[in-house]
Design a protein around this ligand. Structure first.
Ligand code: ATP
Length: 468
């Protein structure tokens, strides 16, 4: 990471320059912390989601998929604990007006000072706000921005976005934008179980948008208010949870390696008891070493039977499972690997970014895993002469059904190579005047920059081997 001290800035500008990620609503001056994926970004993100789905759903006997609605009956969020508990304790520094999260301030203080004491009546997210403030005063914790120690009272701020369904805006029509995709899985547990005659252990996977009115969004797409999650709720009889947790731990780690991320930039971090969410009794995060420090990519939480138990109570529907062979009836426990698609895309860009000196010039290259690369092959006729472009278009026709291809006949070949390097295209294929006689093209490898002459008739076989 230290290799490029301004790496984040480089990624943000490359993202705009090459069509990965743009500021949201940019022509209207933007809407803060919203980002839109451009032509290269959407390909990259789709590839990531495809790899995830293949790895965690398609290639497994024990995982199936769903795609639930974003709007859900508001009682779902009462049962899940989000209406009561999904809130941040906020206060303002009276001196510099900085808005702060009291829990984060305490966490930072405890880490730095190695003070193990906790606020009185400590109950994680549900600790009474006045107890947090008492602790901050007693320990003389200061505002990280101005050093002041005079704060307003703490107010709890619920992170769920509210909206109204239908034409009236009374409280009866109020609904929420889901803050996690998981609940869409829990409410369909019985439907999936019965329609497919499944038996725990099994998992239900889902990819979709989630919304949180985050207090401190930032760091580009790392923390936004609208983001995409890739989640599995894996249901087990209680006695199996440790074994299955360990399996999912291994799978998760290998998934990030499969994406080609550098292992030295990844680590596991287990949540301490006082940090756990209201529903979890063990959580470990996979973190990535971002330019500003370690940050979460995936949370692997053991959610016990919290969700299915509460939905059983709230809905009055029996969400237990009865084993047909033993007749044993129980509410399954649940392990949840929850990945952020946007954070992972950002990680992939940061990890793949490279600058190399070539013949006295700097070459910027994204050394993306081939499966993730938005464009797999660029077809570049040496010049715009009809003789060459018609061959190039024939080659395009041959390859287009199997690979994402970019056809480009503008500007010098050097500039076109540079453009493809910057978006991480693994192979550039050049059609030149020799092609007309030898029926071959030059294929340039992104990483080694080595060039090979390949017969047009052999291209399909050549790339089949390269992409395998
Ligand atoms: P953090 O501690 O960073 O706020 P979290 O613990 O609240 O994250 P989870 O509820 O475990 O996050 O969500 C699962 C995954 O969803 C995270 O690992 C992350 O990749 C992604 N995610 C959560 N919040 C955001 C956000 N505001 N913006 C982008 N991705 C997010």
């Amino acid at each position: 990471m230290e290799k490029f001290p301004d790496l984040m800035q480089k990624i943000i500008s490359l993202s705009k320059r090459r069509g990965f990620i743009f500021q949201g609503s940019e022509i209207y001056g933007g809407l803060s912390n919203t980002w839109d994926y451009g032509p290269m970004g959407v390909e990259l993100k789709n590839n990531l989601k495809k790899i995830w789905w293949k790895y965690f759903v398609q290639e497994r006997e024990d995982v199936v998929g769903t795609d639930a609605a974003i709007f859900m009956n508001p009682r779902v969020w009462e049962a899940s604990g989000h209406v009561g508990g999904f809130s941040d304790p906020l206060m303002d520094c009276k001196k510099c007006k900085k808005r702060l999260r009291a829990d984060k301030l305490i966490e930072e203080y405890r880490e730095k000072s190695e003070d193990a004491t906790l606020p009185e009546n400590w109950a994680g997210e549900s600790t009474p706000p006045e107890k947090l403030l008492e602790y901050i005063k007693e320990k003389e914790i200061k505002c990280p921005d101005c050093g002041g120690n005079n704060f307003t009272d703490i107010r709890k701020f619920n992170l769920m976005f509210k909206t109204h369904q239908g034409v009236t805006e009374d409280s009866g029509s109020q609904i929420y934008l889901r803050p996690e995709t998981a609940q869409g899985i829990f409410v369909n547990f019985k439907n999936v179980l019965q329609s497919l005659h499944l038996k725990p252990p099994f998992g239900i996977a889902q990819i979709g948008k989630a919304f949180r009115n985050e207090i401190t969004p930032g760091n580009f797409t790392f923390r936004t208010r609208e983001f995409e999650q890739m989640e599995i709720e894996y249901f087990v009889p209680e006695k199996l949870w440790k074994e299955k947790y360990a399996e999912l731990e291994k799978l998760s780690w290998n998934f990030f390696l499969k994406l080609g991320l550098k292992e030295e930039n990844l680590r596991w971090r287990e949540h301490s008891k006082d940090e756990l969410s209201h529903y979890s009794s063990k959580t470990c995060d996979v973190e990535y070493k971002f330019p500003w420090g370690w940050g979460e990519l995936e949370g692997l939480a053991y959610r016990t039977d919290f969700d299915l138990k509460n939905h059983t109570k709230m809905s009055g529907q029996d969400l237990s499972f009865q084993d047909p062979t033993t007749n044993e009836k129980y509410i399954p426990h649940c392990i949840e690997p929850s990945f952020g698609a946007d954070r992972t895309v950002l990680t992939i860009l940061l990890d793949a970014y490279n600058e190399e000196e070539v013949n006295g010039e700097v070459r910027t290259v994204l050394k993306l895993n081939k499966d993730l690369a938005p464009i797999k092959i660029a077809i570049l006729p040496l010049c715009k002469k009809e003789k060459l472009t018609s061959v190039a278009r024939d080659v395009f026709g041959k390859l287009k059904s199997n690979y994402a291809i970019w056809y480009d006949e503008t500007q010098s070949i050097g500039k076109r190579y540079r453009r493809q390097d910057e978006i991480g295209t693994p192979y550039c294929l050049t059609v030149d005047f020799d092609t007309l006689s030898d029926k071959a093209v030059t294929v340039r490898d992104r990483d080694s920059m080595e060039q090979e002459r390949i017969k047009i008739d052999e291209l399909e076989k050549y790339f089949e081997e390269k992409f395998n």
